[in-house]
Write a protein of this length. Structure first.
Lengths: 335, 293
């Protein structure tokens, strides 16, 4: 118990350190003078107009993925649960694919320009696709209120996700000119993202994080099972819908920001749980911070590994996450 | 027990059905190949039914006067207009091609593209059908390919003339220039062309320098920081992306790039830039003119 403040400080420091590293390192070498406003004109532009918005976006995405991953794992009491497996990421990909294919070589009506000043058409459709997929899954939960078991929900979500992936693949096969660009999108990359995306996802992201904190306490009571929790006064059906909304919003924002990035929502809560225990009041915020740190680190590596070329950040998170994960599984003794 | 027998009989029925259907399919293929038993004996004869699997292949054949020897083309073949009227065997991409459709036209030569249609080579060999693999990754390679096609189709003189015309156009632009060019293949994520890309060759021939020619990947994903740091003098945008010069100017952090400052952002026809055929010389000339502005 006395270690809690220590952990809070540690995680926060880790987050700040990752943010600092990601600002300092990148495709182009920056001298430390840039931070105080000196340095050449190009260096200033690179730091303040390109790296800063991108790193902030990565930070927010990491917070969202880590937090929603923790919420899902707590609610479904399943170590493999994360919002992505409910088919929401696949729904986002389907939205992006449809947008790419419809837009291919066509110019949009000028009436839609004010909308597209805030967000690119593909990202917007990805966001809407994720929300639609989240809505379908939530509707499933709502329609079978009382009778729905969480395992059923997970299965339905996974099945729907497979369906969306299949439809995406079918669409892409018939219009293969766009294949390469959407492939990189699917792998997950923050290349070229900045203030525009950050402002667009600000409100839904904030909503998702607030919901995550609100459901934290009831989620603790759910660890003994849904029946026990409901006998203790927890409205399980209500919580289920809030959890799904939180996850859907989080993933929608995350794919809008950086494409489909896997593993962060899965790994961060596990690692944090190993270090600080399973209490949701600590798991959720620490998962957020750790997820953000992990994603920042991955994005920094993605930008510097083959500079000036870039790797998709989604690949790096998988490469970083898997050894962590396996070592966790191998050293689990008190579970 | 009854259930097991039922299931077993259904499985057996399915198996026999599939086997008989596939046997039928095999028969039709063998039948058609038997119609061309003398493929190897027709060495002295020039091919009369060529199937081209890329738009540039059809263009090259028409340029050297072998257009009537083409029996079928691929999708996206739009130049010259006569080529567009030939029957279509499928898309440019290997996934949308069927060997059966190609063979149904009874070709004596199939014109393939390296990297896209290599999987067809083994099957074509087993059916005894001649094939030519286009590896045009540079303008010199294209000139050689045109000469090869001249040899193969019996139009050596026309081929030599086409190559000579191309070479003449190219000498008009061969100047050692240091205009830095950024060709934007895609904008989300940023993708450009590397040193092994055909477009890089076009840029160099027109007298420019590709800012990413130190990358060997043909279409690498690049960091926007590097684009800004390398300060290109000219930015080329493919028409098919729908991105305009105004969009580029509005990008955060791009205002101080020389190309944006001097308003040297041009939209080019990306269809032509990827057409590895005789029109590449015209493309190079046009680009050189753009750069001279």
């Amino acid at each position: 118990m006395k270690r809690q403040p220590l952990f809070a400080i540690l995680f926060f420091l880790l987050l700040i350190l990752s943010l600092a590293l990601s600002l300092v390192f990148g495709a182009e070498k920056l001298s430390p003078l840039v931070l105080i406003g000196q340095g050449s004109k190009f260096q200033n532009i690179i730091l303040w107009k390109i790296r800063l918005p991108r790193c902030l976006l990565v930070l927010v995405t990491g917070l969202l993925l880590g937090g929603s991953g923790a919420v899902f794992q707590l609610f479904f009491r399943n170590p493999l649960a994360e919002p992505g497996i409910m088919g929401i990421s696949s729904g986002a990909t389907l939205g992006a694919v449809i947008a790419t294919v419809i837009l291919a070589g066509r110019t949009l009506p000028a009436a839609l320009d004010p909308v597209f000043k805030f967000i690119s058409p593909i990202n917007l459709c990805a966001f809407l696709g994720a929300l639609a997929a989240g809505f379908f899954v939530t509707a499933l939960a709502f329609s079978r209120a009382g009778k729905a078991s969480s395992v059923m929900l997970l299965l339905c979500g996974t099945a729907l996700g497979t369906l969306y992936s299949a439809i995406s693949s079918a669409i892409l096969l018939t219009s293969n000119k766009e294949l390469h660009s959407i492939y990189t999108w699917i792998l997950g990359s923050f290349n070229g993202r900045g203030w525009k995306e950050l402002i667009f996802i600000a409100i839904p992201a904030a909503l998702s994080m607030i919901i995550a904190f609100i459901v934290a306490r009831p989620l603790d009571l759910l660890t003994c099972g849904e029946k026990t929790a409901s006998s203790l006064g927890v409205q399980v059906d209500c919580i289920r819908i809030w959890v799904l909304i939180c996850g859907a919003l989080a993933v929608s924002c995350a794919v809008c920001a950086g494409g489909t990035i896997g593993f962060v929502g899965l790994i961060a809560p596990h690692i944090v749980r190993k270090l600080t225990g399973p209490k949701s009041r600590t798991l959720i915020p620490y998962s957020m911070m750790f997820g953000a740190a992990l994603l920042l680190l991955s994005d920094t590596i993605a930008r510097t590994a083959i500079a000036p070329g870039e790797l998709p950040a989604g690949i790096i998170t998988s490469i970083l996450g898997v050894p962590f994960f396996i070592s966790l599984c191998l050293t689990k003794k008190n579970r | 027990m009854k259930n097991v027998m039922k299931k077993l009989s259904i499985v057996l029925l399915m198996l026999t059905l599939t086997m008989s259907l596939s046997a039928k399919a095999k028969k039709t293929i063998i039948k058609k190949v038997k119609k061309n038993p003398n493929a190897t004996e027709q060495k002295a004869q020039y091919p009369k039914s060529i199937v081209t699997l890329s738009p540039s292949a059809a263009e090259i054949l028409y340029a050297i006067g072998a257009g009537d020897q083409i029996v079928a083309v691929s999708e996206f073949t739009d130049y010259p207009p006569e080529a567009a009227e030939k029957p279509v065997v499928g898309g440019f991409d290997g996934k949308t091609l069927s060997v059966e459709t190609i063979i149904s036209y009874e070709p004596d030569l199939v014109y393939l593209t390296d990297g896209m249609h290599n999987f067809l080579i083994e099957q074509l060999d087993s059916f005894g059908i001649k094939w030519y693999l286009s590896k045009a990754t540079s303008i010199t390679a294209i000139e050689q390919e045109i000469m090869d096609m001249g040899e193969l189709t019996g139009h050596q003189d026309e081929a030599a003339m086409v190559v000579a015309q191309m070479a003449e156009k190219l000498t008009q632009t061969a100047s050692d220039s240091s205009i830095k060019i950024y060709y934007e293949v895609w904008n989300a994520p940023f993708m450009s062309v590397g040193s092994t890309s055909f477009i890089n060759d076009i840029i160099v021939s027109a007298g420019g320098k590709n800012i990413f020619d130190d990358l060997t990947d043909a279409y690498p994903m690049v960091s926007d920081e590097s684009i800004i740091a390398r300060a290109p003098d000219v930015i080329l945008l493919p028409m098919g992306n729908g991105v305009t010069a105004a969009d580029v100017k509005a990008r955060a952090g791009w205002e101080s790039i020389p190309a944006v400052v001097n308003d040297r952002i041009f939209v080019v026809d990306d269809n032509l830039y990827s057409r590895q055929g005789p029109r590449v010389a015209d493309v190079v000339l046009d680009l050189a003119e753009l750069l001279a502005k």
